[in-house]
Ligand binder design. Sequence first.
Ligand code: SF4
Ligand code: SF4
Length: 342
Amino acid sequence: MADKILAKDKLGEFLGQLKKDRQVFGPQAVEGKAQWAPLQAEKDLLWEFSNTHLSPKDFFFPQTECMMRFVNQASDEQGMIMQAEPELKQARALVNIRPCDAKAMQVLDLIFVQDQMTDDFYWRDKRDKTLLVGLACNDPCPTCFCTSMNCGPHSSTGLDALLVDLGDKLLLRTLTDKAQALAEGLPEAAKADLAQAAGLKKAAEESITSRVGMDQVNAREVMDLYEAGLWDRVQESCLNCGTCTYCCPTCHCFDIQDEVQGTIGRRVRNWDNCMSWLFTVHGTGHNPRGTKKDRVRQRFMHKFKYIPMKRGGEIGCVGCGRCVQLCPVNIDVRRVVNDMNA
Ligand code: SF4
Ligand code: SF4
């Protein structure tokens, strides 16, 4: 790990270096929102934004992803040719990713790559070839609650390097071997720079006033929470629209479909969501999550009870606040979890 100083007027060189052997993406103003896009010019990169409108999870888990293509040969003897889609051709860097979104990618690593049986090649290939350069949040928004979710506005978890905006310069903290080359030739951070970064971290953490308790959620039995009366109330206003799942950096439900035209076809993986009735309906017509209450409860139980139980205490939420901002009927995850905890 190294702490270096990157003057803002040297940013162009820094990004140019990154672009030499990678495709570089960053948050930019697109249609009035902070959104991820390929970075053409240094001036386009945003430095002051609360968070990107959508999370960067689709860099690793695209909304629609071709897994393989196939061709049915003319005769049964010739059989079928199946061809996996090629690996990611070029390495990439995501610059100015927020710490909560980087933490979310680490949570998803636990889901997509668990052991030899569950080792998702498509996810792992993109993760291995992508460098994550974070930007610490100096000014979290009112819906953020990352400090309650094993994360924080200056957290370095899941990042290769972290940038902290110190005004006319940036503190560059390298965190993995992949990022060491970024620091070459840069001056060491002075004690005063480190003290300024520590002050910004403290102030940012203290500005997050939303608190979400997890102690009783962790301590209680699954069935206590499952049968709690709160689900009747929470489900009432939910529209099952799925907005909360699509905007969430840790939601990862998907469906696999074969799209066939004549003798050729492709197998695609599409985002799906647990709020949809169709997601769990069986071929027989039976649906184990047939009611809205079943589906709403599943979303919260999965993130805050099942994932922590099965993945060593990690939580399936990083407190980014996107679902709080975007739910059309104002279902607030902070309130739901505090109710679960109570
Ligand atoms: S965004 Fe709100 S209304 Fe839509 S599914 Fe999620 S909780 Fe329900
Ligand atoms: S559940 Fe809501 S606050 Fe938590 S990570 Fe997902 S979108 Fe962000």
